[in-house]
Design a protein. Structure first.
Length: 531
């Protein structure tokens, strides 16, 4: 198969659509973008036969390029893996006109990469040696200005709502429930408010957060996440939540620090440094929007202030997380929770068992992290080999179908040409009959003979066959194929490699490791410590 053109298809669905759980603009859905781009390529005599790799960012904003599939695609483009990038329109690639212009005018031309935006009618091949023109610049400016203007309007609206004491988050804080009579207001939750009260009472009595957490676990009290998962089962945030989740001191501290339990509405605790920024920064208490006596209080202001002074919560240092290949991937085989790393012995343990949450979790400790990394690296290499075999088989099958389709097309063209010839002859003998050159008997005999040949060439079998072949899916090289090619030569496990392939690593008591892959079409791998 000719690989002089290597196509990267980029698809993005906005984060706003993802948060609502439905598509605000159906034309921008992943499926419709995919169909539009593949139909465009299939209709192009120049591009229809080349391999395609699809990169999809589902639920990411276009105002910045901090998107996993986008970064993966650009990395492959810089490595020379692809020399054509295609999107539905400019806004799917980027809504930032400076970044968009940088790619159009600098990055892609330097890398000799062709870029096509279908709905904008833009093909960089048409602008070689020139810029894209004022229309391209204006489109990029409009996309960028629209995003920033929308961001400012949303921010202003939320601030106005907070100043009235309304809740602007999707769900109320733990201890409260939505007020059925007033939109944006909360009332006491009879199930969880006593738990909040208990936490503050024990803190005021001098108990440490770790001791409070252990007591809640021993009494079987549901964690905030478990409580909200039951109330909102459709929320993707709680999709992978373990039923055996436990209280930890990391859950107790935020509750003790929340001023809203005094009955005040508190907003503006974080902000974006600029419109459409991907970062949130903490604000000082002076910048908070505090409206007193908005909802029923669970504790008094005096109790709140006393707890702050006892635990000095304002000065709790923020930890800088250390990055390592298996970070956030290791789970307990008993309760399903993330396991914590013990730096001293370089192993993982289940915090749930440590805090008295479940007897079955106690004593579950992983092999050394260095051993786990070797196991995972070998498993990924095996996964890559298996995927490459499947890819080659699919590619060969696709090539055979393309050849078969080509033969069918040639056969149909020959049929059409012969039919045109016979119909011309049929018209000719009719004219001869009209002019008296042929008798009626001779005309009817010749007409019957031609009609018989026409009937034979109008046999629909070949057309039905080619229609069936045309209806089959176009062969598309997927994101996992691109990842396999990118990491196939790696001899050491990296953070990027592990998180590209592995969904989770489950540790069992017998030191067996179960590897769950991100791509569900491959079989889950089970690895033993001694493998």
């Amino acid at each position: 198969m000719d690989d002089s053109v290597r196509i990267a298809i980029y698809i993005r669905l906005s984060s706003a659509d993802e948060e609502t759980g439905k598509h605000k603009d159906e034309s921008n859905s992943v499926i419709n973008q995919r169909n539009l781009i593949n139909c465009f390529l299939d209709d192009s005599d120049e591009l229809r036969h080349y391999k395609r790799t699809e990169f999809v960012d589902d639920g990411y904003t276009g105002t910045n390029t901090d998107r996993p599939a986008f970064k993966s695609m650009i990395s492959r483009i810089r490595d020379g893996k692809y020399n054509l990038c295609i999107t539905k329109d400019f806004s799917r690639f980027s809504r930032n006109y400076i970044e968009m212009g940088d790619y159009l005018e600098c990055v892609f031309p330097f890398l000799n990469v062709r870029y096509i935006s279908i709905n904008d009618g833009y093909d960089s091949q048409d602008y070689k040696g020139t810029t894209g023109g004022l229309d391209v610049v204006m489109r990029a400016l409009v996309y960028d200005a629209y995003s920033k203007d929308l961001s400012v309007k949303v921010k202003t609206g939320m601030r106005q709502s907070r100043m009235k004491g309304n809740r602007t988050s999707g769900t109320p804080a733990y201890g409260y429930m939505p007020d059925p009579k007033k939109r944006g207001r909360d009332i006491i939750d009879p199930e969880t408010a006593p738990v909040v009260r208990r936490i503050f009472d024990e803190a005021l009595a001098g108990r440490k957060p770790s001791a409070i957490a252990k007591g809640l676990n021993e009494d079987g009290v549901k964690t905030p996440s478990q409580h909200f998962a039951e109330l909102y089962p459709e929320n993707r945030k709680y999709r992978n939540l373990s039923e055996k989740q436990a209280w930890t001191n990391g859950m107790i501290y935020p509750i003790l620090h929340r001023l809203l339990y005094t009955g005040a509405s508190v907003g503006g605790m974080t902000k974006k440094p600029s419109p459409c920024s991907k970062y949130n920064i903490k604000t000082s208490r002076e910048e908070w929007i505090i409206v007193q006596d908005i909802h029923p209080a669970i504790i008094t202001v005096e109790e709140y202030e006393k707890v702050q002074s006892m635990f000095d919560l304002e000065k709790v240092p923020e930890r800088t997380p250390r990055s390592y290949p298996l970070r956030s991937l290791v789970y307990c085989g008993n309760c399903g929770r993330h396991m914590n790393r013990m730096t001293r012995v370089d192993k993982f343990y289940c915090l749930y068992g440590h805090h008295g949450g479940h007897e079955g979790c106690k004593g579950i400790i992983s092999p050394r992290m260095s051993d786990m990394e070797k196991i995972v690296l070998n498993a990924i290499k095996g996964w890559i080999e298996q995927n490459e075999m499947e890819f080659k088989n699919s590619e060969n099958q696709h090539f055979k179908k393309m050849q078969e389709k080509k033969k069918c097309r040639l056969g149909v063209r020959e049929q059409e040409e012969q039919l045109r010839f016979l119909k011309r002859n049929k018209l000719l003998i009719y004219e001869q009959y009209s002019d008296g050159i042929l008798s009626k008997t001779e005309y009817l005999q010749k007409k019957a003979s031609i009609d018989e040949e026409i009937k034979e060439f109008e046999d629909p079998k070949e057309r039905i066959r080619i229609a069936t072949l045309e209806g089959e899916e176009t062969f598309v090289s997927s994101e996992k194929d691109a990842l396999c090619r990118a990491f196939g030569d790696e001899e050491k496990l990296t953070y990027e490699m592990a998180h590209a392939f592995v969904e989770k690593i489950i540790v069992y008591r017998d030191e067996r490791l179960e590897i769950v892959w991100k791509y569900k079409d491959n079989t889950k791998g089970v690895a033993d410590k001694n493998t």
